[in-house]
Design a protein around this ligand. Structure first.
Ligand SMILES: N[C@@H](CCC(=O)N[C@@H](CS)C(=O)NCC(=O)O)C(=O)O
Length: 215
């Protein structure tokens, strides 16, 4: 069986669980011994980050690398389109999430646990996230190239980042502009059972965690 090193609150672990659920794979989850980044965990996963996967002799870190591996090893249901340009689009969407959208959200993490954020910083980060959503709506969600009735590798990270934006909006008084096409895209991907199930399990964990922080 596949083993995943994960912690419940990790956004990228939730991203990976969407793929595992969609493919109907069995997996077991372990907490990284000593916590992620610990010396003990680095003996297993040298980079010390999450998620990581052990499948037989193979140990891998990085949600994207694990997703590509599992999609090749378990090709049904296939999560990359057959056409080369659409395949590239799905990968583009996934990388855009990991390298452009989520990192703007992550810049707010130091302010979640009570360090009072500067109003200018909140305004600035609200703008940066809104810009990324607008860019995503323009180049990655063209109806000809995205979502052709199939959940792809490019659609696993965004739903969880959207849940985070929802949760942080009232907490930090964010002002996010959601383009209509992103709103529609979000509704569409949330109809997939794997996405809906992960959100149903993840959202209460996130809300509970945010409540538990001493603010
Ligand atoms: N690009 C990475 C990002 C993963 C990531 O940021 N993981 C966080 C936990 S959600 C982490 O391990 N942070 C500690 C570190 O990177 O050392 C992926 O897709 O797996």
């Amino acid at each position: 069986m596949i083993t995943i090193y994960a912690v419940p609150i990790s956004l990228y672990c939730a991203k990976l669980r969407i793929l595992l659920r969609h493919k109907g794979l069995q997996w077991s989850e372990l907490s990284p011994p000593g916590g992620y980044g610990s010396g003990e965990y680095k003996k297993i996963i040298p980079s010390g980050n999450l998620p990581a996967m052990v499948d037989g002799e193979l140990t891998l870190a990085d949600s994207e690398v694990i997703a590509e591996y599992l999609n090749e090893k378990h090709p049904h249901p296939q999560m990359l389109p057959a056409e080369i340009d659409q395949r590239a689009r799905a990968r583009e969407r996934s990388r855009f999430h990991d390298t452009r959208v989520e990192p703007e959200l992550r810049k707010l993490f130091p302010f979640i646990d009570g360090k009072k954020p500067d109003a200018d910083l909140i305004e600035h980060q609200s703008m940066q996230i809104s810009i990324r959503l607008k860019q995503l709506s323009k180049f990655s969600l063209n109806p000809d190239t995205a979502f052709n009735d199939r959940l792809t590798l490019g659609d696993c990270g965004l739903p969880i980042t959207f849940v985070w934006i929802d949760a942080l909006t009232p907490l930090l008084q964010l002002k996010i502009d959601w383009p209509d096409s992103i709103f529609t895209y979000r509704q569409e991907i949330e109809t997939y059972p794997a996405v809906a199930a992960e959100i149903e399990s993840y959202r209460p964990i996130l809300n509970q965690w945010l409540k538990s922080l001493d603010r």
